[in-house]
Design a protein around this ligand. Structure first.
Ligand code: HEM
Length: 571
């Protein structure tokens, strides 16, 4: 690959016969301040440097260089600005062919390079480096791809050439950002530039080829690839519609050799005037029809300056420096690279996630089956509990009953033998009836426990419940005693209503009739006050116990209040 110096009237190029050391240095595209200084110094009109534009070392003062310690290799200082140019030669016409060439091509001054010179500027991978080239150049030429990448990272290294004269692009950048500019042809001196720019803008801006983004053909990659296309072709190609949309990767850049400029040198101006994407740098082989046919007006190459300023008509709105364009493209690429990294790195974990998801789904299925089993077990347990409750209800309708079925009953005291027919646990059946002149008739359940503990008396408890809610209602408990050697019975009861009473009567056979002897009540017992109480117990023909309660209150004469029949539930 041959590299030319972009300075006006400088014919230095890589491989030229002179044996002196000439190095080539890239334009500081990343450093807009210094780039402007360079462009002002170069004084090329309507020309924009690219990554493939170089100045040779002859345009720098000696103190612009430093030497690398290891090998004394000459390095351009990062602050160096070119200052040595032979612009006067242009005016003197010492290179008349330049002017005539310019006229032929209808190019503005400074944009033309002699066809022969173009030929010299061809880039061919097979061109051997001339002996007068510095190792720096060799290094650069040998690793153009790397250089592009380094340039992207802001690393400046001496490198190969190209270029031509005219009004300075620095002026465009620095002083006329808002002036719309007509599409202009690429600098003729930079015959490699159109494609070089294309490569730069379309593929090499990040040092990444589009192929890098579409290796797996996945949807994500395609998507990211399209982002890349947008990054490169939409952002920059739209701003620079002259550039071909083809994506040129670095491998092509390095590998392919485009003899276009050599060929075009035989047809002076073809490459330059047509602005075809062919280039000795980008080196994408072009079909003859492509390279020979003039591009439509809307794809006429424009200098990067214009691209940086925006398209015609929007330049006043938001002018961008070339540096900003490069930086924004670089930022977009980094973002896309991140997406790519995510795309690639997440791929294995996605399969893992799939595996895990399958496992989770499997476990969920198992869990569902287990839940169904548990549910079935629950319902079975529930049914068993209901049966148990029902059995308990049948046996002991009240859970707070006093009956202990397995409790061993002591021997009954003979004195209470006449009342033995009352012993046992009794449950209301049917529900008891409650009546009273002052009350609405009502029903109730009652559990009755009449026991003995070997003493000469019976223990009793009457526990009434609401027939529907089973809530406890009236409760009373006490003792029944028999007067020895008689049928006289004493009934002592304490009621939850606050009444304590003693009833006395007689037991005759299996019937007990008693009446209140004395009634005591708490001071705050509910009214009306009970004046008299009468009861009758009997064991009927069906072996059921019956009780009838009558009472007299302060408002009502002796009237029946309760009648209930009990069924014995324990022996
Ligand atoms: C020997 C026992 C009982 C006595 C001395 C007694 C006494 C009374 C008295 C004085 C009243 C008020 C009447 C009125 O307002 O005029 C009453 C009401 C009532 N009694 Fe009895 N009662 C006895 C047993 C029962 C039993 C076993 C139940 C069964 C649930 C019951 C249920 C009621 C009901 C529902 C009322 C009406 C609402 C109330 O005042 O609480 N009573 N009772």
């Amino acid at each position: 690959m041959v590299i030319c110096c972009a300075a006006v009237n400088c014919s230095n190029r890589q491989g030229k016969g002179e044996k002196r050391a000439v190095s080539f240095h890239r334009f500081p595209l990343k450093d807009s301040k210094r780039l402007i200084q360079w462009l002002k110094a170069v004084q090329r009109d309507n020309w924009t440097p690219t990554k493939y534009s170089f100045l040779c070392s002859e345009h720098f003062t000696k103190d612009s260089f430093s030497k690398r310690l290891e090998d004394q290799h000459r390095l351009l200082k990062p602050t160096a600005v070119p200052s040595i140019f032979h612009l006067a030669e242009k005016k003197k016409g010492s290179r008349g062919h330049v002017r005539s060439r310019r006229k032929e091509a209808g190019q503005p001054p400074g944009d033309v390079r002699e066809p022969q010179e173009e030929a010299r500027c061809e880039v061919t991978e097979h061109s051997p480096l001339s002996v007068d080239e510095e190792p720096t150049v060799k290094e650069e030429v040998g690793s153009m791809e790397q250089a592009v990448s380094q340039s992207e990272q802001g690393v400046e290294r001496p490198t190969p050439p190209e270029g031509s004269p005219g009004r300075t692009s620095a002026d465009n950048l620095a002083t006329e950002p808002s002036v719309p500019r007509k599409p202009e042809r690429p600098a003729p001196g930079a015959c490699t530039e159109p494609s070089a720019q294309a490569g730069a803008w379309n593929a090499d801006k990040s040092g990444i080829s589009i192929d890098d983004f579409t290796p797996l053909g996945s949807g994500a990659c395609k998507f990211i690839g399209s982002l890349h296309s947008y990054s490169f072709s939409s952002r920059h190609t739209r701003e620079r519609p002259s550039l071909p949309k083809e994506q040129l990767d670095r491998k092509r850049l390095k590998r392919d050799v485009e003899p276009g400029c050599s060929r075009r040198s035989a047809v002076p101006g073809t490459c330059l005037a047509e602005g075809t994407p062919t280039s000795s740098l980008t080196a994408t082989p072009q079909k003859p029809s492509q390279s020979s046919s003039a591009p439509p007006p809307d794809v006429t190459p424009k200098p990067a300056t214009e691209a940086a300023l925006g398209q015609k008509g929007d330049t006043d709105a938001s002018p961008m420096s070339i540096n900003e364009v490069i930086m924004s493209a670089s930022g977009a690429c980094k973002l896309i690279d991140s997406l790519h990294s995510y795309c690639f790195s997440s791929r294995p974990s996605k399969s893992q996630v799939c595996c895990l998801r399958e496992q989770v789904e499997k476990k969920n299925g198992e869990l569902k089956l287990l839940r169904q089993r548990v549910s079935r077990s629950d319902s079975q347990v529930k049914k068993l509990r209901e049966k148990l409750e029902e059995a308990k209800r049948l046996t002991f309708p009240c859970s707070n009953g006093l009956v202990a079925p397995d409790c061993e009953t002591p021997k009954m005291n003979p004195s209470i033998e006449p009342l033995s027919w009352m012993l046992g646990t009794w449950l209301s059946e049917p529900p008891g009836d409650g009546i009273y002149p002052t009350l609405q008739p009502f029903h109730y359940l009652e559990e009755v426990h009449i026991t003995h503990v070997g003493q000469p008396m019976l223990n009793f408890s009457f526990n009434a419940f609401h027939p529907d809610t089973k809530k406890p209602m009236h409760r009373e408990c006490g003792f029944i005693r028999l007067k020895p050697d008689s049928n006289k019975v004493a009934f002592v009861s304490a009621q939850n209503t606050g009444i304590v009473e003693v009833e006395e009567g007689e037991v005759n056979g299996q019937e007990l009739c008693i009446a209140s002897h004395s009634i005591a009540r708490i001071s705050f017992a509910a009214e009306p006050r009970v004046e008299q109480i009468m009861r009758k117990f009997r064991l009927n023909a069906e072996g059921r116990l019956e009780q009838t309660v009558s009472m007299a209150t302060t408002t009502q004469p002796m009237t029946q209040h309760l009648h209930i029949t009990y069924k014995k539930v324990t022996p």
